[in-house]
Design a protein around this ligand. Structure first.
Ligand code: SAM
Length: 233
């Protein structure tokens, strides 16, 4: 095991043993097994195989359209709500460079370890080279961000509220819903609008109101989600 992979594994194991979230975590070179026995939820996190990798390979066109422009010159993206890193992985697979921010320590440690596994993969390692993750609160990060930073696009995917029909999201999203929260998303959105060099993109449930009741410049719609795009240049 290379030194950075081994450091990420040790960090994950440290956080897993101290976790108060009721999660059982098992990590090995195939990925991370995440088990939430109280909710009978279990899933496998890996950018190489399993549900995250499968989801990243499906229906990605709207996200890619929203996070780029006709000139294809949106290169660097700041994903301020990393979660399991699926959206960032999609963007990186298509050539964009992505910095992810995640406020939840355990989610951060899982994704950081999966990224190291991806980097060690002979076929997919090049995508990992375009991705990095930081454990931080996004609003604080944006406040401190220098005005000459390189992020063309700032991407937000706050957790959706429960669906009126009672329909449950995929298992990995149910686990994320149980252990994380939206932290100061309105303030984070305001800061993103001030800082993004070219655009801010917000993923919303199809019928959800816009963030801060602000009308987007462009909207890309799918059946259950939409991407609101705010042009800043
Ligand atoms: C719906 S999930 C994002 C899912 C992600 N787009 C994906 O593809 O897996 C929202 C995530 O944003 C994180 N989050 C919420 N507020 C945050 C903040 N202020 N700073 C950093 N992360 C935040 C939550 O902890 C959660 O993991």
């Amino acid at each position: 095991m290379n030194p950075s992979l081994s450091a990420a594994l040790q960090s994950l194991q440290r956080h897993a043993s101290a976790s108060a979230d009721g999660l059982l975590i098992h990590a090995d070179t195939a990925g991370v097994e995440i088990d939430m026995p109280a909710a009978r939820l279990r899933f496998h996190h890996s950018f190489i195989s399993g549900p995250v990798a499968t989801r990243a390979a499906q229906s990605t066109q709207l996200l890619l359209k929203a996070c780029n422009n006709k000139q294809r010159n949106i290169d660097k993206i700041l994903d301020v709500t990393a979660g399991w890193g699926v959206d960032s992985y999609i963007l990186a697979r298509h050539g964009q460079r992505v910095t992810m921010l995640e406020q939840n320590q355990m989610v951060y440690a899982i994704v950081a370890y999966s990224l190291e596994l991806l980097a060690a993969d002979a076929a997919a390692g090049i995508t990992a080279g375009r991705m990095n993750i930081e454990h931080t609160d996004a609003t604080r990060y944006l406040h401190k961000l220098a005005n000459d930073h390189a992020y063309d696009c700032i991407y937000l995917d706050p957790m959706f509220s429960a669906h009126k029909s009672g329909a449950k999201p995929a298992k990995e999203m149910q686990i994320l819903q149980a252990i994380t929260a939206n932290v100061d998303i309105d303030a984070c959105f305001e800061s993103a609008l001030l800082k993004a060099r070219k655009r801010v993109v917000v993923k919303r449930a199809a019928k959800a109101p816009t963030l801060n009741q602000l009308k987007p410049d462009l909207v890309y719609r799918a059946k259950s989600v939409r991407f609101d795009v705010y042009l800043t240049a």
